[in-house]
Design a protein around this ligand. Structure first.
Ligand SMILES: Nc1nc2c(ncn2[C@@H]2O[C@H](COP(=O)(O)OP(=O)(O)OP(=O)(O)O)[C@@H](O)[C@H]2O)c(=O)[nH]1
Ligand SMILES: [Mg+2]
Length: 459
């Protein structure tokens, strides 16, 4: 498919112990032959694939560095092509020199994501697995790594293949009836097909609903921490971030600016905003802070509404409850390590007003596991095993899945209404081609290029 041989440094840019140059394409071995020599004098054309050899990286007959060489013979390589990997020392200058040497020996510079793109085009990876590899590289917390790791190993691709098999079976059965146009689909056959269609619909619906969960893990949820001054918002923010990022004092009105940071709580990634305590004030600077807090509250997808459990409730607490009305909010009763002064009636009111209530101590981190459970429940992450299950990972996949789902629904309705097999078949074939878009069994070159251009060079 590709006739050029490309090279790039596949390790991250910057000083490090080791850097790796990857060369892929028909001439990979010839390029490596011109720049790497073995102490035994053995030619690189005679090495065993997948064995690591020590040797010298040579320019104009002189060694510029020493390192290792591994040859992966096509098709048993990441890209499916001949691949040579040369590891050298990870200095900025030496790495660049090794790359330039490879280019002068006949390789072309690889574009962003080119190795993964080649792996996809050469049938070594499905598109959803290739996308997942990008997410593995971008992962910044454990949940993101588990989610993308499962997809990279083929969780979604395998699930799609299974659903595809059911759909192909349905199409084949419908065709069998089309061949005898005078005969209607027998009742028995119709009911069997209806059962299979229900199964397919069930699987597709499950996948569709997994998107909300996967988005909560990978993209993160805009979350505002609000409450009256001194409730412990900044303390909660610091506890969730695992760092003393926000200033905490016992002076009401400490926080003025909005501070933002990403934290992983349970399996959910929260894009947290700590805000100024909401109250009426004559202080001009604090007023601006309160306005910004209200803005963040309105923009947020989730609101963590903090109440001071060690103080009697005030009118301000009631006002804030009104402010968050209609938002997806968790009432967080803080300072559980102190004597409870919040009235029982008010606590009961919180349980009535909020779908979720957590009692915590931001100071000791007690109860934060309960908050994590609540967040997992909100995004149905308690129902998904993100380390293994198939999930929809992005809007592109969701859009194809939704179209496929519509078409399967169409087929099911047609079947239930007693329509002729050709009508059912037509919907099913459309559904299949939509579903096939997810793993790019039928995707345009434009979409493929767009996806791989988001990768870094060397991947
Ligand atoms: N005992 C106890 N004290 C807490 C807890 N959380 C916060 N505090 C104390 O409550 C006071 C206010 O905490 P902050 O985190 O600054 O409160 P805040 O809501 O951000 O306050 P403003 O920024 O002024 O709106 C500080 O003295 C904290 O040490 C807790 O869980 N237990
Ligand atoms: Mg604060």
């Amino acid at each position: 498919m590709f006739h050029s041989t490309v090279a790039a440094i596949s390790t991250a840019r910057g000083k490090g112990g080791v850097a790796m140059l990857r060369i892929s394409g028909e001439d990979a071995l010839s390029v490596a032959y011109k720049m790497f020599t073995l102490p035994s004098g053995k030619s690189l054309f005679d090495v065993s694939p997948r064995v690591c050899y020590y040797g010298n990286i040579v320019r104009d007959g002189r060694a510029i560095d020493d390192g290792t060489f591994t040859y992966f013979k096509a098709p048993h390589s990441f890209t499916g092509e001949d691949v040579c990997e040369i590891c050298c020392h990870g200095g900025l200058y030496v790495t660049q020199a090794v790359l330039e040497l490879a280019l002068s020996c006949g390789a072309e510079m690889a574009g962003a994501g080119e190795f993964t793109k080649r792996a996809y085009v050469n049938g070594k990876l499905t598109l959803s697995r290739a996308e997942a590899i990008g997410q593995v590289i971008d992962a910044s917390n454990d949940a993101q790594l588990r989610l993308s790791g499962a997809a990279a190993r083929g969780a979604l691709s395998n699930k799609l293949l299974k659903i595809r098999e059911y759909m192909l079976d349905l199409i084949t059965r419908s065709y069998a009836t089309i061949d005898y146009p005078d005969e209607d689909i027998e009742d028995n056959e119709r009911s069997k097909m209806s059962d299979t269609l229900s199964l397919v619909l069930d699987e597709l619906n499950k996948l569709k609903s997994s998107y909300r969960a996967s988005k909560a893990v990978s993209e993160g949820i805009k979350t505002a921490i609000v409450g009256k001054p001194n409730a412990g918002k900044s303390s909660l923010y610091n506890a969730l971030c695992g760092e003393e990022l926000a200033i905490v004092t016992d002076i009401a009105g400490t926080t003025r600016d909005v501070i933002e940071h990403t934290a992983s709580v349970g399996d959910v990634t929260l894009r947290l905003a700590d805000t100024a305590g909401i109250r009426d004030t004559d202080d001009t600077v604090e007023q601006i802070g309160v306005t910004r807090a209200m803005q963040k509250l309105n923009e947020a997808e989730i609101v963590l509404c903090v109440f001071d459990g060690s103080e009697k409730e005030t009118n301000q607490d009631y006002k804030i409850i009104e402010d968050v009305n209609g938002k997806c909010a968790v009432a967080v009763i803080n300072k559980s390590d102190s004597q409870r002064a919040l009235s029982e009636d008010f606590v009961a009111y919180l349980y009535e007003k909020f779908q979720y209530v957590c009692e915590i101590s931001a100071k000791s981190a007690d109860g934060l596991d309960g908050l994590a459970r609540v967040l997992n429940e909100m995004y149905e992450l308690d129902k998904i095993d993100i380390s293994n299950d198939a999930v929809i990972a992005n809007a592109r996949q969701l859009s194809s899945l939704t179209l496929a789902l519509d078409k399967v629904n169409e087929a099911k309705n047609a079947l239930d209404l007693g329509e002729t097999p050709d009508i059912i078949c037509f919907s099913l074939e459309n559904a299949l081609s939509e579903l096939d878009m997810i793993d790019a069994r039928a995707t345009s070159e434009e979409i493929v290029s767009e996806i791989f251009s988001r990768f870094c060079v060397g991947k």
